[in-house]
Structures are given as C-alpha cells and as structure tokens.
Design a protein around this ligand. Structure first.
Ligand SMILES: C[S@@+](CC[C@H](N)C(=O)[O-])C[C@H]1O[C@@H](n2cnc3c(N)ncnc32)[C@H](O)[C@@H]1O
Length: 398
C-alpha cells in the first residue's frame, strides 16, 4: 500500500455506540423479538405435524427421531437444533445432555395460529422489508420434509442460485430484510474506517449485500476512489451476474472484476496472486468455508504485508444456539455438514462464536484479531444481538 495514504483507524467505542444507536434501532430490536417468537411457533407446529411428541414419549436422540421420520442421514443435525431450541425456549420438550443429547416430550403443543397472524401484522407495521424475515422462515417450515427427506439437494440449490425459481426469494432474504441487511452496514462502516486504499477481494459476495453497502458508504464519505480495484467473487454464476448488473448500473466508474472463486480451494490456483490484495471482505460468507483455518491461511497468503480480513458475520452467542433463519438454512446439507469441526475454532456447524473466530485467526497466523462492536456492552442493552465484524491483520510469520 502506498505510504502516503493516511493511517486507517477504527474507534471501538464509537463503533459500539453507533451499533447501539443507529443499527439496533427500536424497530430492529422489536423485529428480532418477533422473528424469534415466530420461529418458535413454526418449530412447535412442525413438532406437532411430524408427530414428534409421540416419538419422544421415552427419551430419544435427534438421530433416532430423524431415522423414524425417514429423513436423510445428516437431517439429525437440523432436528437436534430444533429440539434443543424447543427445550431451551418452550416447555414442550426437555433435554438430557448425556451425550448424545436425549429429548423427551413434556407438554402438549399449544395452537399458535392466532399468535402467528398477530405477529405477522406487527412485523408488517415495523416497515418495508421486515416481513421478508418471516417469509424466509415460512419457506423453511413449508419445505422442511421435502428438503430433509424427499429432495435433500433442494436447499443447496436455493442457496447457490442454481434454483432459478427461488432466486428472488434469496435476493430478498439477503438484501431486503433490514435485520439481515445490517451485516452489510456494519461491514461497510468498518472498512470505511480500516481501509486506507488499494485492492479489495470480496469472497462469497453473492447477491451483493456487501458490495452495495460498501460502495454506498464510501461514496457518501467521498472516499470511493480509495478502491483501486475491486474483485467480486462467488461460486454462483447467477449471483455474480445479478450483482454485476446492479453494481455496473449504480457505480459505472469503479473498476471491478467479476470472478468465480471457491473458498474451499487454494486461492492462488484460482487466479488470486500471492500478496496482491490489501483487504479481503466477506458478508456472512467466511463461515461457509469447510476448513476455516485453511481458508484463513489462503487469505493470509493473498494479502500484502499489513493487509487485513474484514468479515461481517452473524455470530452464535452459544454453540448450541439456533438462529431463527436456520429453520431454513439447516435444510441445506452443506450448511449442516460442511464445517470441519474443531474444539477451539469450529465447535458448531454454520455460524461461529466470537471466540472461535479469534482462535481461528490466531491459528492462521493473523495478528490484532478483533471483534466489533463490544459484544458485552451491546449484550447489556440488546441481549438478542447477533452481528459482528471480525478482523485481523496478516502476520509477518509467513
Ligand atoms: C449467506 S450468503 C452471503 C451472500 C452475500 N455476501 C450477502 O451477504 O448477501 C453466502 C454466499 O457464499 C457463497 N458460497 C457458498 N459456497 C461457497 C464457496 N465454497 N466459495 C465461495 N463462496 C461460496 C454463496 O453462493 C452465497 O452467495
């Protein structure tokens, strides 16, 4: 990077205050509360529709329940998440953490139809886009059996853009829902403060939440010209083409490359030269990697000395925590099974905890690993918080 550029800096306290005041607005907090309850109600309905209470008359594991339902081999991961969430948040099921965890029915499932209707109306009133979060979990409930029994590849086709019919649903789910959109807002603000200039590589850029927010924020600050070159990547040709069309229209002057890049393969064999990148960005994309430390090492190799990764990510407060949108994401075989588990840096499938992120970055040789905002401070005012920016600087030991 050029020595003449001003030093980038991010004030952690100011970032935390901004998240408290501008990101987690009253509407976002209320929307999150509604979404969590709606997810519980859908899980309860699934529990009833599938006859799980009868199966749990005596203690059973999620794998036993999945087998009895005729589900595909990895479906027990989705069922374990469902039953654990019901055990933690409703009185319908109890859990004995043996291991493996054994679940037992405790109470009848109340009828949630009227409450679901009332919550949907309340969500609509919060403003444009909020109801998209409900549509996302409704999709999961409607396709639960199909995806876990009849057509196990279905959800992976939706998430990778291979399913043309549901492409608009996924574009909406990643861009129109303000509770999801805030990941891109957080990532963009962090980069605006941490990035002095140069080349950015975005991984898993998909339907464009990351690039859209970043360009908007840099433009508003008059610093869009800090981007000398932007390399937007994903594994989905449909996503790449859709995002390219939208970005070229909105930002014709920014130099962008549009590339296929699989983060489960070596970056250098896919045209990303070693030490050629100043910042690697991802919005809810880095957690997709199968081998987290291996992927981070690849990022390190692609970065110039002093370069950094910035990942805007949903984070798990506890490893057993199931996010509401995982009612749908857990229907993806990849989401359930891809992560190579490790007790320090990959405890659960899908999303990582902040501790796992810091451990993974350290393992991969990054320095100054940090998480923004201050999650403990946010926890005190908004316990349901779920978003963070994870960053680290390429170490010199390579
Ligand atoms: C949760 S989406 C996030 C998309 C986008 N960053 C956003 O926030 O709207 C994850 C993205 O990772 C992409 N992806 C899945 N597997 C991948 C892989 N092996 N390498 C790179 N990207 C991948 C998907 O196509 C998808 O666009």
């Amino acid at each position: 990077m050029s020595a003449t550029r001003e030093t980038a800096n991010l004030d952690p306290a100011a970032f935390t205050r901004w998240c408290e005041d501008q990101v987690y607005t009253p509407a976002i907090r209320r929307g999150t509360e509604i979404l969590e309850r709606v997810c519980d109600l859908h899980l309860l309905e699934l529990h009833r529709e599938l006859g799980i209470a009868l199966m749990l008359a005596t203690p059973r594991t999620a794998r036993e329940v999945a087998d009895q339902l005729g589900f595909e081999p990895s479906a027990h991961i989705a069922l374990e998440a469902l039953l654990t969430r019901l055990a933690e948040r409703t009185g319908v099921v109890s859990v004995e953490q043996s291991p493996p965890a054994h679940f037992q029915a405790r109470a009848a499932v109340p009828d949630g139809t009227a409450e679901l209707t009332a919550l949907r109306s309340a969500m609509v009133e919060l403003g444009p886009g909020f109801v998209v979060a409900l549509e996302c979990v409704e999709f999961g409930r409607a396709h639960f059996v199909t995806a876990l029994r009849d057509d196990p590849g279905m959800m992976d086709r939706v998430l990778s853009g291979a399913d043309a019919e549901h492409y608009p649903l996924w574009v909406q789910a990643t861009n129109a829902d303000p509770m999801q959109d805030l990941h891109g807002r957080m990532g963009a603000r962090a980069i605006a403060e941490l990035f002095p200039g140069g080349t950015i590589l975005e991984i898993g850029g998909g339907t464009g939440n990351g690039i859209r927010h970043l360009f908007d924020v840099l433009q508003a600050r008059g610093t869009l010209d800090r981007i000398e070159r932007y390399i937007f990547t994903d594994v989905s040709p449909r996503f790449i083409l859709g995002t390219r069309r939208a970005v070229r229209e909105a930002y014709p002057s920014v130099t962008c490359d549009w590339k296929y890049l699989d983060i489960n393969k070596s970056f250098s064999t896919q045209g990303i030269e070693p030490e050629s990148i100043d910042l690697i960005y991802g919005v809810n994309a880095a957690h997709v990697a199968k081998d987290m430390v291996g992927m981070l090492r690849d990022c390190g190799a692609a970065l110039r000395p002093g370069g950094r990764v910035v990942f805007a990510e949903r984070v798990r407060g506890r490893s057993s925590e199931m996010a509401a949108r995982e009612l749908t994401l857990n229907l993806s075989r990849y989401h359930r099974t891809a992560a190579q588990r490790h007790p320090a840096h990959r405890v659960a499938h899908g999303y990582l905890s902040p501790r796992c992120w810091l451990s993974g970055l350290e393992q991969a040789g990054f320095r100054d690993a940090a998480i923004f905002p201050d999650l403990e401070a946010i926890q005190r005012v908004f316990p349901e918080q779920y978003a963070a920016v994870v960053t680290g600087v390429r170490g010199c030991g390579r």
